[in-house]
Design a protein around this ligand. Structure first.
Ligand SMILES: Cc1cc2nc3c(=O)[nH]c(=O)nc-3n(C[C@H](O)[C@H](O)[C@H](O)COP(=O)(O)OP(=O)(O)OC[C@H]3O[C@@H](n4cnc5c(N)ncnc54)[C@H](O)[C@@H]3O)c2cc1C
Length: 505
């Protein structure tokens, strides 16, 4: 991340890495040291200090980690601007005429993003953590020197417990010429001050999909390249299909089962890069101005003395943990993107809460007991919780699947948001909810109702009695539950009801 010399970025820096910061005098022994000042490290350190433990937090770059600086916050800020542009372009559908063609001021969009980042940053600030929360905040690269000690900025900190929360970074595929031609990742894309005219997005995961849509809606020509037959590979295929149609309407050139085989600098028509694509034995070249790599993440595990600490790790899968988030050194725990397959801010937060319990008290809390939903913030959004149908099949669990289309939901019809659905899986013959996918404008908000039901052990039948305000898109969930309840009416029960009604006439 390159910060600009403007008030917004100066404020961000004052919070997340004050230029005049002096590391505190260290204590003899810490109850807990968190390595990495992203969500997992921040929550671990704050939680421990809040319980009266002597806690230290070490960050080598910017507090807030990926989420605040180069992840969730900037990407969601850009997406909001992008969706506003799309709504205005689409205004005539709602009987509203916008004067003239929509113009996106990319510089203003990026300034707004930097303003939001700065505005949110006090929550993760060094001043708040060291002052209000009582955490010793150290800036510098942390490196274990043994199983119970580490070094930062020339000082040795001894600990009873440590938590590795060093996050992950963009994986860069070994494409011929890519490094030489230059490319963007989430680390640099939010530094842009000018909109690339032609953008190639390499990788159709959540980051690639969100940013493809954002840049297309800003007016760039976007080609999204994904080597698998479906983008958002782990999502329900029906959900990906709805988004595919939305991308086509946006004018994103989606290339599935396609890989980038070579990149070269320069090209015709002022293009800055020439990209060779290979798809099912066919090849073609494409002239683009920028390449954004969103092809997965690799954990930050190198150069931090994990070997000295006796902490086992895999360079691709990250730090080896058990269900209690313990590493192979019983005094060292890990949380967040450096060790978990579910790489989200809220997952990192709840893993950190699990670490606080297990590191400072008895190790009783399991990662596997968490119900973790997630969402891709495209338009429409795709949100999920629990099992997919293929997971159930792989585990030999028979399921019933319940679907309600948004095209049959009054609020969705009224708002012109009919692309999407609620799909819910229950254990066959029961109302036990195993998983759900929602595709809707605000699917990320709607999925929480199902998360609450799953975490609280409420079955699908129980959701029929949850009264939703009319009209809301969330009512689709109740309608799925109603569909389930209707199947509960056996022919015998139906005959008895009919008999009672007749008798009362
Ligand atoms: C573009 C993008 C969009 C995203 N959008 C969302 C979203 O909408 N919702 C969501 O839930 N998630 C989203 N994510 C994922 C989310 O950002 C991560 O899951 C989350 O930040 C993980 O937190 P963490 O604490 O594990 O790691 P990080 O946030 O990566 O923090 C790790 C920190 O450790 C520091 N560090 C590393 N090594 C050392 C060392 N040796 N010494 C000292 N410090 C070190 C790093 O500098 C970093 O600050 C997004 C990610 C990206 C890239």
């Amino acid at each position: 991340m390159t910060l600009l010399d403007d008030e917004r970025d100066r404020e961000l820096l004052r919070n997340v890495h004050p230029p005049d910061w002096t590391n505190p005098e260290h204590r003899d022994l810490y109850d807990l040291v968190a390595i990495g000042g992203g969500t997992a490290g921040l929550i671990s350190a704050a939680g421990a200090a809040g319980l009266g433990a002597r806690a230290a937090l070490i960050e080598r770059e910017h507090l807030g980690g990926d989420c605040l600086n180069v992840g969730c916050v900037p990407s969601k800020s850009l997406l909001r601007s992008a969706h506003v542009a799309a709504e205005i372009r689409d205004a005539e559908r709602f009987g509203v005429r916008a004067a003239g063609p929509v113009e996106v001021d990319f510089g203003a969009v990026m300034r707004r993003m930097r303003e939001i980042r700065a505005r949110i940053s006090p929550v993760d600030s060094a001043a708040r953590y060291s002052g209000e929360l009582g955490v010793d905040v150290f800036f510098g690269h942390a490196r274990f020197t043994g199983p119970r000690s580490l070094e930062v900025g020339g000082r040795t900190l001894r600990f009873k417990r440590a938590v590795v929360a060093t996050g992950a970074r963009a994986a860069v595929p070994p494409v011929d010429g890519l490094a030489d031609a230059g490319f963007l990742t989430n680390e640099s894309v939010f530094d842009l001050t000018e909109l690339p005219r032609r953008l190639l997005v390499l990788g159709g995961g959540p980051i690639g999909c969100e940013l493809s849509q954002a840049f297309r809606r800003f007016g760039a020509e976007v080609t999204l390249v994904e080597q698998a037959p479906q983008f958002l590979g782990r999502e329900d295929p029906d959900a990906a299909a709805v988004l595919r149609a939305a991308f086509e309407r946006d004018g994103i050139d989606v290339r599935l089962e396609t890989s980038v085989s070579k990149v070269a600098r320069g090209g015709p028509d002022g293009a800055q890069r020439i990209v060779s694509l290979a798809s099912n034995g066919r090849s073609e070249t494409l002239a683009v101005d920028a390449i954004l790599v969103g092809a997965g993440r690799v954990p930050n595990v190198e150069g931090m003395g994990l070997e000295e600490a006796g902490v086992a790790y895999d360079p691709r899968r990250g730090i080896q943990i058990d269900d209690y988030l313990r590493t192979t050194n019983r005094r060292v725990f890990a949380a967040g993107d450096c060790c978990m397959a579910t790489q989200f801010t809220h997952a990192a937060e709840f893993a950190a809460r699990t670490v606080i319990q297990n590191a400072l008290f008895l190790p009783t809390k399991k990662l596997s007991s968490l119900t973790i939903p997630w969402c891709t913030y495209t338009s429409p959004e795709i949100a999920h919780v629990g099992l997919y149908a293929r997971d159930a099949e792989a585990r030999g669990i028979e399921i019933d699947t319940w679907v309600h289309e948004l095209a049959d939901v009054d609020r969705a019809i009224a708002e012109g948001d009919t692309d999407g659905f609620v799909k819910l899986h229950t254990k066959k013959g029961t109302d036990r909810i195993l998983g759900a996918t929602i595709v809707a404008r605000h699917a990320g908000d709607l999925i929480s109702e199902i998360g609450v039901a799953m975490a609280g052990g409420v079955g699908l039948g129980g959701l029929t009695s949850v009264i939703h305000p009319y009209p809301t898109q969330a009512d689709a969930i109740r309608q799925v539950a109603n569909a389930y309840n209707r199947t509960r009416l056996t022919p015998t029960a139906k005959r008895i009801f009919e008999w009672i009604i007749r008798a009362k006439r």
